[in-house]
Write a protein of this length. Structure first.
Length: 175
């Protein structure tokens, strides 16, 4: 996977997740992370403990690249296995994660501690999204898409189109 402008003196972070599909919430977090870090590796998990993803990893990567095409400091790549090992390989010691409503807190807190156990160099930086995205998750996007609901406030048009194709709700003007 090609590296963009990574430079050893820059402050880099990894933003890991499943991004199934990427949403405006993820984009908001990427933009916030870029205020803290010079370089961000958006790392798309190939194998998640969760059920089979809706989109294969290649398509999730493609959508994230489109979402970040104006951002030369963002690299989108796939990874397999533990985030802690991926961070070690890439010699990056900061992880970015999102904290939405309090329901995320316990999970993110324990994940951060486990990652620290696995790789003591790791620090997790949790960022809160802008308010409109506080309750936005890929899971809700998938649910709304499944029933043909309006997705325009949750995901960019090219992601919406892919979801409509997937669930067979494509209108003629979107083909
Ligand atoms: P997971 O890694 O749990 O599969 P996702 O791929 O959906 O979750 O998200 C990756 C990271 O982005 C997680 O830390 C998640 O909390 C965060 N995130 C997702 N959606 C939002 C949002 N709307 N606001 C803030 N953070 C978010």
């Amino acid at each position: 996977m090609s590296m963009k402008n990574e430079n050893q003196n820059q402050k880099a972070a990894i933003y890991p997740g499943s991004f199934d599909p990427p949403t405006y919430g993820h984009l908001d977090l990427i933009q916030r992370a870029l205020r803290l870090f010079d370089y961000l590796v958006v790392a798309v998990a190939k194998n998640d403990a969760k059920l089979t993803p809706l989109f294969p990893v290649e398509e999730r990567i493609e959508m994230l690249r489109e979402l970040t095409q104006e951002m030369p400091q963002v690299e989108v790549t796939a990874f397999d296995g533990l985030t802690a090992d991926f961070a070690r390989q890439r010699k990056i010691s900061h992880l970015v994660r999102g904290l939405r409503a309090i329901s995320d807190y316990e999970f993110e807190f324990s994940l951060a501690i486990i990652n620290q156990r696995l790789n003591s160099n790791i620090d997790t930086v949790c960022l809160m999204p802008s308010e409109p995205y506080l309750f936005l998750s890929s899971r809700w996007v998938r649910e709304v898409a499944r029933f043909g609901g309006d997705l325009s406030q949750f995901v960019p048009p090219f992601v919406e189109k892919k979801l409509r194709q997937k669930f067979g709700f494509l209108r003629e003007d979107q083909e």
